[in-house]
Write a protein that binds this ligand. Structure first.
Ligand code: 2AL
Length: 254
């Protein structure tokens, strides 16, 4: 099966980190197709960055080849429901996947993320996903997303320290990593913390494989039906829904 793993920010080196993590857990028969968004912010750290990332995400879903499943590799899960509207196969957000995985292996988990503002966004997601009973606390490290990619930064030690606080102070039995750029930290952290550490990229790959193997696709009944055919005006006119076939959208990428 083919799984597109879409980094909705425009930093290719982060996509490389994400792709390595995804391929490390994928089945031999799974082809991971990593995609870096062609337009938008270099890192996604707020509501505006998220909103602006959705056009690039739509392009990535629509471009060839068609995949069996899609993963939005950003912890805000930007555009998740819009992506489900346009895709036939399952679409998973890494925050959603990680929280569900954590809820299977611990009665309480903490999320350790980047900036204070993304901490608040993650709290919204906890509520949206009905995870309030499982998530004990969302913690920020004040590390900008691109610093995770900088080998000179002290990011991994700061994240380790915050995870240690989470285990002791929150009484959490598992840690959810709150950024796709942390996808390479799993074993470093797990070796030192002694609790399950869940990165959403790898969790989403395994859930996507399971859903595809079960023959499950995105429901096209109700609000996840393909978008209604209608004109769009201005700079988004090329993104007007064409019904099921989105070839025109695919040929007019941002
Ligand atoms: C993210 C992420 O996963 N990628 C990105 O650019 N921003 N999320 C975050 N919470 O920092």
């Amino acid at each position: 099966m083919k799984i597109k793993v879409i980094n909705p920010n425009t930093t290719a080196s982060m996509t490389t980190t994400i792709a390595i993590a995804a391929r490390a857990v994928a089945a031999v028969s799974t082809e991971i197709i990593p995609i870096t968004s062609r337009c938008g912010a270099v890192s996604i750290e707020g509501h505006y960055d998220e909103a602006m990332s959705i056009v690039g995400l739509v392009d990535a879903i629509n471009e060839d080849p068609v995949a069996d499943a899609y993963i939005i590799a950003c912890f805000g899960d930007p555009g998740l429901l819009a992506a489900r509207e346009i895709a036939a196969g399952p679409v998973l957000g890494i925050a959603e996947a990680a929280m569900h995985a954590a809820s299977f292996v611990a009665t309480g988990f903490s999320i350790v993320t980047t900036l204070e503002r993304t901490r608040i966004i993650a709290e919204h997601l906890v509520r949206d996903y009905g995870m309030e009973h499982h998530c004990r606390r969302v913690r920020a490290t004040d590390i900008p997303v691109l610093e995770l990619d900088n080998p000179e930064s002290n990011a991994r030690n700061l994240i380790l320290a915050e995870c240690e606080h989470a285990i002791v102070e929150d009484g959490s039995g598992a840690i959810v990593l709150g950024c796709a750029g942390m996808a390479d930290l799993n074993s470093f952290l797990e070796d030192r913390l002694g609790v399950p550490v869940i990165d959403g990229v790898t969790a989403a790959v395994k859930f996507a494989e399971a859903l595809v193997s079960l023959g499950l696709r995105t429901s096209k009944r109700g609000d996840l039906a393909y978008p209604l055919h209608k004109p769009y005006k201005g700079t988004l006119s090329d993104y007007a829904p064409q019904g099921r076939m989105t070839a025109r959208m695919a040929s007019k990428q941002c």
